[in-house]
Design a binder for this molecule. Structure first.
Ligand SMILES: NC(=O)c1ccc[n+]([C@@H]2O[C@H](COP(=O)([O-])OP(=O)(O)OC[C@H]3O[C@@H](n4cnc5c(N)ncnc54)[C@H](OP(=O)(O)O)[C@@H]3O)[C@@H](O)[C@H]2O)c1
Length: 241
């Protein structure tokens, strides 16, 4: 579950996290870029931190501020399971700091993200250095640039892949008829789109975001097999154009 926009709030998001955990959605992604989201998430997982996998990010060009962001995240979360360099901002310095924290056992995995396919060449160069465990990129039936180089390279190198913005880029704008949706073995169009992403064997986790009760359950149901075969993925790709 992502926290951009949905967790930048003084509202209590414990009920959404309760629902997410109850349906097996246990990976939460945040960033200092998302305003108060880290605090809101930390509050919502308080008392059951061990049930959650926390992914967050360093997002600053300043090494000093990067250290402050890490101190803050480690204070509110205790440890960070997946620590990512957000949009590759000052990667050389931030990666060195994250590698130090990993060496100290305060971070489990190191990642890097980019929201813009224009940054994918730089991301691929970084992946080839062997310094990353994970990457995070946008991916859905209407945003498929990651299929060209990023996903094949991640598979070749054995890197974990988090995908973001599964329901954006207009993919929900023109849903097909209920009959067509049901022919994919799901109830709703968002579930069909999410299952299309999760059925790609190179994808480790699909990050959705919501502040609406009921949607974590709806979205999590797309994370169960049976997965779409290549023909179903192709057909759904056409439906979402
Ligand atoms: N690294 C990066 O550069 C980057 C960039 C973007 C995002 N991210 C991360 O990836 C996470 C996921 O991306 P995203 O926030 O774009 O998520 P998303 O799930 O694609 O989009 C979230 C939006 O979809 C709506 N939604 C969720 N489930 C729905 C459903 N079943 N039916 C209809 N609408 C639904 C939500 O509205 P309601 O709240 O009203 O339900 C929300 O407005 C982010 O939160 C963030 O953690 C990273």
């Amino acid at each position: 579950m992502g926290t951009w926009q949905t967790f930048d709030t003084a509202a209590n998001r414990t009920p959404i996290v309760d629902e997410a955990l109850s349906v097996g959605m246990n990976l939460f992604d945040s960033s200092p870029m998302y305003g108060r989201a880290e605090e809101t998430l930390a509050q919502a997982v308080n008392g059951r931190r061990d049930r959650a996998i926390i992914a967050t990010k360093i997002w600053t060009s300043s090494p000093t501020e990067g250290r402050e962001q890490a101190n803050h995240a480690l204070r509110v979360f205790g440890r960070v399971d997946i620590y990512q360099v957000h949009n590759l901002v000052n990667c050389p310095a931030q990666l060195r700091m994250l590698e130090q924290l990993k060496g100290e056992g305060r971070v489990n995995a190191i990642g890097a993200t980019h929201y813009d396919p224009g940054g994918f060449d730089d991301l691929c160069d970084l992946m080839r250095t062997g310094r990353l465990d994970m990457i995070q990129v946008p991916y859905n039936p209407r945003r498929r640039e990651a299929e060209l180089r990023v996903l094949p390279l991640a598979a070749e190198l054995g890197l974990g892949v988090l995908t973001h913005s599964p329901l954006r880029f207009g993919v929900l704008d023109r849903p097909p008829s209920p009959d067509v949706i049901e022919s994919f073995g799901v109830r709703t169009w968002p579930q069909a789109v999410l299952k299309w992403i999760a059925s790609d064997p190179r994808v480790s986790a699909v990050l959705t975001a919501t502040k609406t009760p009921g949607r974590p359950t709806e979205n999590a149901q797309a994370g169960d097999p049976p997965w779409f075969d290549p023909d179903q993925r192709e057909r759904l790709g056409h439906q979402s154009r």
